[in-house]
Design a binder for this molecule. Structure first.
Ligand code: NAP
Length: 487
């Protein structure tokens, strides 16, 4: 009997999901695993975002890999630098550094003669049996096309390209954007900047979760008794699964979270400021912002919320639609990301040379979040319509990585040479998904990065438990096209 064959596997991206995928493969005994990373370090979004106040709004003990629990988190919501350190540490512990090509940007992948040819920007071309895309969703900064921005005399930069050489203490700082990022920056800079102005186009609902510090005793207890981490993870998991129900179906849970946000808003004492901060859409329609300190920050005398639209930029500051000039030394663009690019701008060509741009002309889609018809042996992590709304992406990535591992094991057993979902299975899946979307809170009438260009949410419309069950069940062969070299 011949030994099982060993596939050559390319993982694209060394952020959280790429690290998760590569470790899942190594733990299963695979050795021919190459990770391509365009930058010089691990960490993905946690490497790129270094703005002041950056924390994860998912509790630290839940935003970590189940196979690498960290007893030493400093806070309930850990700061970004600590999370980057965690992922880098886990990657190194599992020996990923030796398998990662840093500074190697993949610019193309082409399916030729039953295998993938991966091309890097430096011109290398290599052949792989599987290509696993772990390129993240929020890594293409969206910079507004503001007239005059280039003429600004101070420093202006996107929140994900923070210029740490710029002094903020005592300066006049403007923050454009009121998403999770803008809220975290404003909460942190209030009291440090001399004057802080938040330019708000749309108000946000804010849930007030406090960010407590873990004492030395608690951390020592977690080190000594790992069962505490297991317990903490399990309890948080339960709470999240319960709360996620508020996103995907109307009912009391939605009312409960809404009530919490409304009560938080009532802590703003000035009626005019409170009115300015009151959103005109349902709580959670946009991604819910978690902050225990935001309303306290914007009530400070040295902080202002400007609701008149930003019209243009002049050398001395920002001019709003009401004609006022707001003098600034620094302008931070917390204006979000293009969340619909996924692996692009990589040029990906599947069966018969059909490109990803062609098949995604109407928007990104993937069969059951992980695979694409016409792109055999290519799998995605945190792909289109993954359950991302306020849920820990670490757990989604783990679930998807295990599912992808299952396919690779079947390849090793010789069940097929290539596998891809059929177009008809994908159509059926999307018909169900689209039918479920109107029930979700994201479809209740607001603008957000969740919405695709057809105005529909590009998110998983069911519970995370349903996604997990889908990933864990044996795939129905009727939904896939298998090929072998024998034909
Ligand atoms: P975002 O949620 O897309 O928010 C962008 C903000 O910029 C919005 O307030 C938007 O206003 C505003 N904006 C964009 N273009 C503008 C323009 N031309 N003029 C005026 N305002 C403009 O982006 P984000 O805050 O970076 O957050 C993105 C996602 O990253 C979050 O939803 C979350 O998933 C993730 N994130 C997570 C954490 C965490 O703690 N885990 C922290 C930060 C970010 P409109 O609302 O009017 O469009």
């Amino acid at each position: 009997m011949s030994a099982p064959r060993e596939p050559a596997i390319a993982v694209i991206g060394a952020g959280m999901s790429g690290i998760c995928m590569a470790i899942t493969l190594l733990r299963a005994g695979f050795r021919d695993v190459t990770i391509f990373e365009k930058s010089d370090r691990f960490g993905g979004t946690w490497r790129e975002n270094t703005y002041p106040g950056l924390t994860c709004d998912v509790p630290s003990r839940f935003y970590q890999f189940r196979f690498a629990k960290n007893p030493d988190w400093s806070r309930f919501f850990a700061p970004g630098a600590e999370i980057e350190e965690y992922f880098t540490g886990v990657a190194r512990e599992y020996g990923l550094a030796g398998r990662t090509r840093f500074g190697a940007e993949v610019c193309g992948a082409e399916f030729v003669d039953g295998r993938w040819t991966v091309t890097t920007a430096a011109g290398a071309r290599e052949r792989y049996d599987f290509v696993l895309c772990a390129t993240g969703i929020l890594h293409h900064p969206r910079t507004p096309d503001l007239p005059g921005l280039d003429d600004f005399a101070g420093a202006a930069f996107h929140s994900a390209r923070w210029d740490h050489g710029v002094e903020l203490t005592g300066k006049r700082v403007g923050v454009l954007g009121t998403g999770s990022t803008g809220v975290q920056i404003v909460s942190d800079l209030a009291g440090k900047a001399g004057r802080l102005i938040m330019f708000q186009r749309t108000a946000q609902w804010v849930a007030p979760l406090p960010n407590g510090r873990y004492s030395r005793l608690t951390r020592a207890a977690h080190r000594r008794f790992p069962v505490l981490d297991e317990l903490g993870y399990a309890v948080t998991h339960r709470i999240f699964e319960f709360l996620m129900g508020a996103l995907t179906a109307p009912g009391p849970r939605r009312k409960m979270v809404g009530g919490l946000c409304r009560a938080n808003l009532r802590t703003v004492r000035d009626p005019a400021l409170r009115a300015a901060l009151t959103p005109e859409y349902q709580p959670m329609c946009k991604r819910l912002v978690i902050s225990g300190g935001f309303y306290r920050a914007v009530q400070r005398p040295d902080v202002a919320v400007v609701t008149s639209a930003v019209d243009h930029v002049v050398p001395r500051g920002v001019v709003t639609a009401d004609g006022r000039v707001h003098d600034l030394d620094v302008l931070v663009l917390a204006t979000g990301f293009d969340a619909h690019a996924f692996m692009r701008p990589m040029g990906i060509a599947g069966v018969d040379g059909r490109t990803l741009d062609q098949v995604w002309a109407d928007g990104p889609r993937a069969f059951e979040t992980v695979a694409l018809p016409g792109f055999p042996n290519m799998f995605l992590l945190i792909g289109p319509h993954s359950p991302v709304g306020n849920y820990p992406l670490t757990l989604i990535a783990e679930t998807q990585a295990e599912h992808i591992l299952g396919w690779i094991r079947r390849w090793c057993a010789g069940e097929f040479d290539t596998v891809e979902p059929t177009e008809s299975a994908t159509e059926r899946y999307y018909a169900q998904l689209r039918a479920a979307l109107p029930e979700t809170v994201w479809a209740t009438g607001c603008q957000s990065w969740y919405l695709g260009k057809d105005g529909r949410p590009e998110l998983w419309p069911w519970t995370p438990a349903r996604h997990r069950a889908l990933m864990q069940r044996t795939p129905d062969p009727a939904n896939y096209r298998f090929a072998t070299a024998r034909g």
